[in-house]
Design a protein. Structure first.
Length: 210
């Protein structure tokens, strides 16, 4: 691998945002292919971060700073990706469900998915079912990810899936759910396609669908 890409890979893992941005620019200036900067520098680094989290070598704070470094690099790279026609891995619509304002887990999933090469539309918090449904149709999304941290807002997930069904879009999209009070059993009960207990496994699940 090009030495600049090795440096970029390490910079993301170490969560060095300014250095990551500088290295992306340096790679561009050196004529490194945009897709190589994305895949071998940023995406592979976030994949390594996910692996280290799974092994218990990294925790949420390390994942967050690595994801922020990756996002800094992506911010610079994105216009070049569009220009060169690099296709995203898929499109994911994310949000915390209606009535719930918690967003740390959802934000981490959004950053990790972007780091895995997905086009991410983050709807924020307190998102009504019809907004999820409308956005996934407008964006022709592959995946919808819903988060809830309160037991009182978990039923909003069921209502969101019903809104997607009412739109006639249920068979065109995969639905994942996550959040502290959720279980695999609850995900099956409301008709979701999958449950992710953390951001790393959310990415693994999303990648298995596209």
């Amino acid at each position: 691998m090009d030495s600049i890409l090795v440096e970029l890979f390490e910079s993301v893992i170490q969560g060095k945002s300014d250095q990551t941005t500088a290295l992306v620019q340096k790679a561009l200036d050196q004529g490194v292919a945009v897709e190589d900067i994305l895949q071998k520098g940023l995406v592979s680094a976030m994949s390594e971060v996910g692996d280290r989290f799974e092994k218990g070598e990294f925790y949420v704070p390390e994942m967050l700073i690595a994801a922020r470094a990756m996002q800094a690099g992506m911010g610079l790279l994105r216009p070049y990706l569009v220009e060169s026609g690099v296709e995203p891995a898929g499109t994911a619509v994310l949000g915390t469900v209606k009535g719930d304002l918690h967003d740390i887990g959802k934000n981490l999933v959004a950053m990790m998915l972007e780091g895995a090469g997905f086009n991410v539309i983050d709807l924020g918090t307190d998102v009504p079912p019809e907004v999820f449904a409308q956005t996934l149709r407008e964006q022709n999304a592959d995946i919808v990810g819903m988060s809830a941290l309160l037991t009182t807002t978990m039923q909003s997930m069921r209502q969101t899936i019903e809104a997607i069904e009412d739109l006639g879009w249920r068979d065109k999209v995969k639905i994942m759910v996550g959040g502290a009070p959720l279980t695999e059993e609850f995900a099956r009960e409301i008709g979701a396609d999958g449950y992710a207990p953390d951001a790393s496994r959310a990415v693994t699940l999303a990648k298995s669908w596209v």
